[in-house]
Ligand binder design. Structure first.
Ligand code: ATP
Ligand code: MG
Length: 546
């Protein structure tokens, strides 16, 4: 185990040293109301990661106590995403709603102890009577006799009352400086269909009441969650202390993951999907795990990113380029090299015979000979990228230019001859002559050429769509949303550009999801939904800093 421990591990170490726990047991509790995003990945990498590090266990628990907007489609997707990241819950898969019966019993226990009561304030009045830092809350039903509360609570459960008519409130401290302790609501009436329990229940526990009970019933030792729950911790502990649960879990909070130009909120992501601004939850521009996967990001690079970000108690904003660097570092090692020409222009090698075809053998990865080689063809007509040619070259332009020479990667040095223009002044085709002494990686001594460009023989390529992506949002720090604006005011109109490109013939056998380096360009992944489409994953170099 590394010496560098984060603050959660230090707490766990001392809990073990003090004999408070034997085996570390954590849980990841997603709400199945959307797909997981990379922020969830941070949380689950901590939950599963810590369990693994301490030889403990981590449960997967669907937090489905709130009957609104849940869907089994999400449950399956969440499982798939967690497995993709390399984590597993073994046979410990649970639903928070499986404990409804227990939640109810514990609520009765609180009433019997004089620690909960049925309240008749409307939501509006409750807000009005909340008090402030110098005035306690007012709760007119606080002293309702136990028998009366028991009776009303049973009748709430039996469906006698409409939504909002009564609530069950914990009797804690109306003057507390922590407003969550001012007799919080722990049960509400909601005549709503539950995706697993149908119409069995019409009262539902609040998160603050249900979550500590779920943790305790599952024997969770450390309930790790993001910082916004810190203020709820006294209530979490109060519930654990006052109902007769079998275990005493401990809640520890860590900072949420925030990334530049990215909004990590299911609500916003759902809006993007439902308004048709993106092509589904797995649109490659989305920060969802399924979107990142489809884009070509790997689970291991995302987990690596989360560990590089680290576990801290203070919120911070992480540059999205760190995530891109993690993906780039991994794919640099693992992705076979191929050639694609995104903005093709035709080059004719004047001194090369019309019907000649040479086969050159190129390495799939220059640093990894074990990844083998592939054959490419050289012919009279080839394509190069329009960006590798300049009619009026800027200073220090070492690619192809009038009268200039350049090396075709793995093939000949060519010299620029006639340039044929279209009517609109753009380049139609370029004539070159090749120095045929220099082919196939055998440069003749003394021929030092500054520029090397990639190319594709007309006889060795086909057309494919290559999709280039930029950040969805132009707002760098999503926490700095101006008050009169919405995130949708900051959508990047250039977040997606489709190019009809020429790609190397050997890519025909690629399978959806396969990843490649297109040399001198970046990393690309064959899309899993659209045929003959490559998604750009990350460019070779970080160009956004400029
Ligand atoms: P969202 O706002 O996107 O809906 P959520 O917190 O409501 O997020 P849940 O499904 O309830 O989503 O979250 C499951 C777990 O993931 C929680 O413990 C939550 O703290 C954690 N989590 C969610 N977003 C982040 C984030 N950006 N960084 C770290 N942890 C997060
Ligand atoms: Mg939530």
């Amino acid at each position: 185990m590394e010496d560098n421990k984060n603050f959660i591990e230090e707490i766990i170490d001392s809990d073990i040293a003090e004999g408070k726990i034997e085996k570390v047991h954590t849980r990841f509790p997603p709400e199945p109301n959307g797909y997981l995003h990379i922020g969830h990945c941070k949380a689950l990498a901590i939950d599963f990661g810590i369990a693994k590090k301490y030889n403990g266990l981590c449960n997967l628990r669907m937090d489905d106590t709130n009957p609104a907007k849940e869907d089994t489609e999400y449950v399956d997707a969440i499982k798939e995403d967690i497995h993709w990241l390399g984590f597993d819950w073994d046979d410990r898969f649970f639903y928070g709603s499986d404990y409804f019966e227990k939640d109810y019993e514990y609520a009765i226990e609180l009433i019997n102890k004089g620690l909960a009561y049925v309240c008749e304030l409307s939501a509006d009045d409750m807000e009005k009577y909340r008090g402030d830092l110098s005035h306690p809350a007012i709760s007119p039903w606080r002293d309702r006799p136990i028998e009366e509360s028991l009776d009303l609570f049973r009748r709430m459960k039996d469906g006698e009352f409409p939504d909002g008519k009564y609530t069950l409130r914990a009797k804690i401290d109306l003057a507390s400086g922590n407003f969550w302790m001012r007799d919080p609501v722990i049960y509400r009436i909601k005549h709503m269909h539950h995706h697993r329990h149908g119409d069995k229940w019409c009262i539902y526990p609040t998160y603050d009441f249900a979550h500590p009970i779920q943790d305790a019933l599952e024997g969770i030792t450390h309930s790790l969650c993001s910082l916004e729950f810190e203020i709820h911790r006294p209530l979490y502990n109060w519930v654990i202390e006052n109902v007769s649960v079998p275990h005493t879990p401990r809640q520890i909070e860590f900072a949420r993951l925030n990334i530049t130009n990215t909004v990590l909120s299911k609500r916003f992501l759902r809006l993007m999907v439902e308004s048709g601004r993106v092509d589904g939850w797995d649109d490659p521009r989305m920060p969802t795990l399924c979107g990142l996967r489809r884009r070509g990001y790997t689970g291991s690079a995302i987990v690596d990113f989360c560990s590089r970000v680290g576990v801290a108690k203070a919120n911070s904003l992480v540059d999205i380029r760190l995530l891109e660097a993690c993906v780039r570092d991994e794919l640099n090692e693992t992705a076979p090299r191929r050639v694609a020409v995104l903005n093709p222009i035709r080059v004719i090698i004047d001194n090369y015979p019309e019907d000649k075809e040479e086969i050159f053998e190129l390495p799939n990865h220059p640093q990894h000979p074990e990844m083998g080689t592939r054959e490419v063809k050289f012919t009279k007509n080839i394509f190069i990228d329009a960006d590798d040619f300049a009619l009026v070259p800027p200073p220090k332009f070492f690619r192809l230019k009038p009268e200039g020479e350049v090396r075709l990667m793995g093939a000949y040095i060519v010299k620029c001859g006639d340039i044929v223009l279209n009517d609109d002044g753009t380049v139609k085709e370029i004539h070159c002559t090749a120095d045929l002494e220099t082919g196939n990686g055998n440069p003749v001594d003394g021929r030092k050429i500054k520029g090397t460009i990639h190319w594709l023989s007309e006889a060795n390529c086909y057309d494919a769509d290559v999709v280039l992506y930029e950040n969805l949002l132009t707002l760098e720090d999503p926490s700095k949303l101006p008050e009169d604006k919405e995130y949708t005011d900051f959508l990047n109109p250039d977040s997606k550009t489709v190019k009809r490109a020429k790609v190397e013939a050997s890519l025909k056998t690629a399978k959806p999801g396969d990843k490649f380096q297109f040399v001198r360009m970046g990393y690309y992944c064959l899309d899993t939904k659209n045929e003959n489409t490559f998604n750009s994953i990350v460019p070779l170099k970080d160009s956004k800093g400029k």
